[in-house]
Design a binder for this molecule. Sequence first.
Ligand code: AMP
Ligand code: MG
Length: 333
Amino acid sequence: MRDAPAGLPRKANSGRSCDFTGLKTRVCQAKDGIAEAVSLLSAGEPVALPTETVYGLAADALSPVACAKIFEAKERPLSDPLIVHLPDNAWLARIATPTPLALALADAFWPGPLTLVLPRTDIVPDIVTDGRETVAVRRSAHPVFQEIVETLGRPLAAPSGNRFGRISPTTADHVLAELDGRIPLVVDAGPCAHGIESTIVEVLDDRLRILRQGPVTADDLKAFAPLDDTRGTTAVPGGMKSHYAPRTRLVIQENPRPSSENHGLLAWQASGEGFAHVEHLSATGDLREAAAALYGAMRRLDAAGLELITAEPVPESGIGAAIMDRLRKASAR
Ligand code: AMP
Ligand code: MG
């Protein structure tokens, strides 16, 4: 592991407090916001952008100072590295050392919600990887994100646009609730299609290791190489047990029953009768719809002033595995 880049605090969220005085956050609709986003990003500023997974907080991935602003705005520890989003597949070999297996995955899933962890090249700043010899890369399929990163012509580091440890944003309003007054611009393109973060997979010589479950499932990946058994645990650096957390206590329970007058339910199949506030993940039992609805539903429950939130488990097939991973993290204290 290399040293922290000179001049930057080892932990962005400790020591001196960040000064955002005078910074006003504007929200722009995509058609008006693209040019402004490109100009701010070129000037080394962070901008919140829509992706097909969740809203990201993007900055020039090749500028350590621009990336430091991401850590500051999110209060994210520097030990939690960033995903680099590429303008096109040709950038892959400039940022990382792709193996034939990595190239096959990029061909099959990019642009899309699959992040590959690969050996990095020297142009990647240490702050992006926390000094690791690997870098996480993907290409977003969101047309607005694509237009911005292509026009900029440089890769963008873009973690989710929430304060560290909190629920990822799936609308521009969610970003504002997290980062208002800390960043200059949010580009609004409506709700995210997947609503859950990308799948992260470490590409080993002849095997794959899933570090974070997401929209691209274990079954999708098995077709390319055998998977290392990670026993359903999420092994990303910084992927601590508690994450994606509402402030209200959340428990997971089958056949939920209300235990007080102030008890909320995140429902999969239950009707929710007797609960003070109910959010249904999908009326039709569709796991993709449930994933897209998950974070918004968690935010509304968290804002309802409840004593306790019970989440009903969903089936762990397909993207259901990623939903359960997020619910377990939200319930860990
Ligand atoms: P976020 O974009 O906020 O969903 O977070 C990005 C995730 O990617 C974090 O959990 C990181 O730990 C993970 N990540 C980034 N770079 C690497 C890397 N080089 N190796 C493994 N995981 C990584
Ligand atoms: Mg995140």
